[in-house]
Design a protein around this ligand. Structure first.
Ligand code: IMP
Ligand code: MG
Length: 174
């Protein structure tokens, strides 16, 4: 069995999605110095573009959550394998995710970070899966996508394809 990649979000569409999210964040966090917390590893490319699209003072940190192992079958629960290092007590925090799929990662991260008493805690995701159960918890998102496993722009399949500049859906071919 082979996997074929089909382009579903072009570089231009990604740029537009990042700009849309950035302008909403810039408006909502005006006058504040937010802490952007990227969920590793998938968010690293989005984080780099989003942080540079924001014309405001901000800080960056990362948290690592593994929800998928080396195979692509989801664990029932997400585990935090690396915590943040900035003290977010009383800070305005924005979690940066690559894709909100079943919402398990989001729940886990928001719960964990809430325990550190930030002043506000918001979430942005570049992609949101149609029908995502945690959709109400996603404050900003770039694009919604349908079924199908996607790779590129930070998203991987077995650690590959993170470096692709656009987003592709994997199609199984016999
Ligand atoms: P959730 O916990 O189901 O919302 O899954 C979120 C995490 O699973 C994301 O942060 C991704 O790392 C990973 N994920 C979900 N769907 C995909 C996909 O289509 N391609 C690559 N990674 C995915
Ligand atoms: Mg992943």
């Amino acid at each position: 069995m082979e996997n074929k990649l089909k382009l579903i979000v072009t570089e231009r569409e990604i740029r537009e999605a990042v700009a849309k999210v950035a302008s909403a964040i810039q408006r909502d966090f005006k006058g504040k110095t937010p802490v952007l917390i990227g969920v590793l590893k998938g968010s690293f490319v989005f984080m780099a573009d989003l942080a540079r699209a924001l014309d405001m003072p901000l800080e960056v940190d990362f948290i690592r959550v593994s929800s998928y192992g080396m195979n692509d079958s989801p664990y029932e629960d997400a585990r935090i394998t690396k915590d943040i290092e900035i003290d977010i007590k009383g800070r305005h925090v924005l979690v940066v995710e690559d894709i909100s799929d079943r919402g398990i990662t989001v729940e886990k991260v928001l719960d964990h970070l809430n325990g550190k008493n930030p002043a506000t805690l918001k979430l942005c995701a570049l992609l949101m899966r149609d029908g995502c159960e945690a959709a109400s918890k996603v404050d900003y998102f770039g694009k919604t996508i349908g079924k199908g496993f996607v790779v590129g722009y930070g998203l991987d399949y077995k650690e590959r394809f993170r470096n692709f500049p656009a987003i592709y859906v994997m199609e199984e071919t016999e």
